[in-house]
Design a protein around this ligand. Structure first.
Ligand SMILES: *Cc1c(COP(=O)(O)O)cnc(C)c1O
Length: 403
């Protein structure tokens, strides 16, 4: 089958997300009319706020007992680390290929990020993880499902059991994804999610923490800034779980408010349908990029059901000049790519060596993977045909520069 022809220029806007659904806008207006924006500000005793309702719905969606809505995904990760009582300077194993809020959250919670190598499928390198876990005897793994790529979770489950490691999952890009039919986020002790504009639900800023563990959740709720109003949470452990922690746990305010919860509840109802729309777009792009002889794309584990709201590919053969040419030529034709290998952090991509607050730990394999790795968003305002046009432009420019 030959591909259709690429347009001269793609006119779509890569930062344009879909509008917030009308019912969500109405519900936000109702919250503003009520004046009750703070999550604990309810008219009747016992009445759950928008935020408390969202937590119940999200816990149900995730098949977890408890959910806590927070100010951001990065804040959810900090809270998770504090909830497990991370000690000052305690090592936290994490992916070298991830977004800066991950090492940022570990550092903010007082931990030391210990970076793990990356496979060509853009997941954590399990052999390296095993070796570093043995060497450091670390108690905690912050596993980041970066850009939605899910590692072999059976192998990870085996590893954390052998090393007696506590796992927190960074599910910023796996909301709606699963492995072996188990929702992403349910393979460890705690999961963290983001509802920042470029994730799978959009409240501008926001996040969730989920767990089945009574004590972790009681601490997380107090940490999030519940004052002594924790009984107003519904997707929360029983009152007794707070007896021990309520006065021993610092208040590190980072709550979600009712306005953001109001715009998220209708989005949660549409989440699975939107995940399918993302994958339709991603699959069309991959159909075009995968067969190409100089373009390399990652493979998914057979048991992973992933959701891709962006795509990654690499062209390992390009030299520096060709790399710069390729990026510039795609840009001229309206295709905005980000390059993960750039040592100078740009926009939201950042090479792990640019996190200078983390002790330098050169990782040859990750360097190799990131060297010519490119990133592109797929906002849902793009049609499947738009995605086809983007992929065709990439193929033409790759042919031009690599010939
Ligand atoms: C977006 C993101 C987060 C959290 O982001 P916030 O902006 O703090 O909500 C965490 N990890 C990854 C991999 C992300 O992409």
């Amino acid at each position: 089958m030959t591909n259709p022809k690429a347009p001269m220029k793609f006119a779509g806007n890569f930062t344009q997300q879909e509008a917030i659904p009308e019912e969500a806008i109405e519900s936000a207006i109702a919250v503003m009319r009520s004046g009750r924006l703070h999550r604990y500000n309810v008219a009747e005793p016992g009445e759950p706020s928008e935020t408390a309702r969202l937590e119940v719905e999200f816990a149900n969606y995730q098949d977890q007992k408890y959910a806590l809505a927070l100010a951001s995904g990065g804040y959810a990760m900090q809270t998770a680390l504090r909830a497990i009582d991370l000690q000052p300077s305690e090592p936290v194993l994490t992916n070298a290929f991830t977004l800066s809020p991950v090492p940022g959250a570990i550092t903010a919670a007082g931990g030391i990020p210990v970076l793990i190598e990356t496979t060509s499928d853009l997941t954590i390198d399990i052999d390296h993880l095993d070796a570093v876990a043995t060497r450091t005897k670390a108690r905690v793994l912050m596993l980041s499902h970066m850009r939605g790529h899910i590692a072999d979770m059976d192998a990870i489950a085996d590893l954390i059991k052998r090393h007696n490691i506590l796992m927190i999952e960074d599910c910023a890009h796996t909301m709606g994804a699963s492995f072996n039919g188990v929702k992403s986020g349910n393979h460890g002790q705690i999961a963290c999610f983001s509802t920042q504009t470029y994730k799978h639900m959009n409240s501008g800023e926001g996040g969730f923490l989920t767990t089945n563990h009574d004590e972790y959740m009681a601490r997380a709720i107090v940490l999030s800034g519940s004052y002594m109003l924790f009984e107003r949470h519904v997707a929360a452990p029983p009152k007794e779980a707070f007896d021990q922690v309520r006065m021993q746990t610092p208040n590190c305010s980072g709550r979600m408010d009712n306005l953001r919860a109001a715009i998220l509840r209708p989005q949660l109802a549409k989440l699975d349908a939107n995940c399918a729309r993302w994958n339709e777009r991603y699959n069309r792009i991959m159909q075009i990029l995968k067969p190409h002889n100089v373009i390399a794309v990652s493979n998914s584990h057979a048991h992973a059901h992933e959701v891709f709201s962006s795509f990654q590919f690499s062209i390992p053969t390009l030299n520096d000049a060709q790399n710069a040419q390729f990026l510039a030529d795609c840009y001229k034709r309206g295709v905005e790519l980000k390059w993960f290998g750039d040592r100078n952090p740009v926009a939201y991509t950042s090479h792990y060596e640019s996190w200078q607050y983390v002790e330098s730990q050169p990782l040859a394999q990750t360097d190799q993977v990131l060297h010519r790795l490119y990133d592109c968003r797929i906002p849902l305002t793009f049609s499947v045909n738009d995605c086809e046009a983007i992929a065709l432009i990439i193929v033409e420019e790759a042919n031009k520069v690599a010939s």
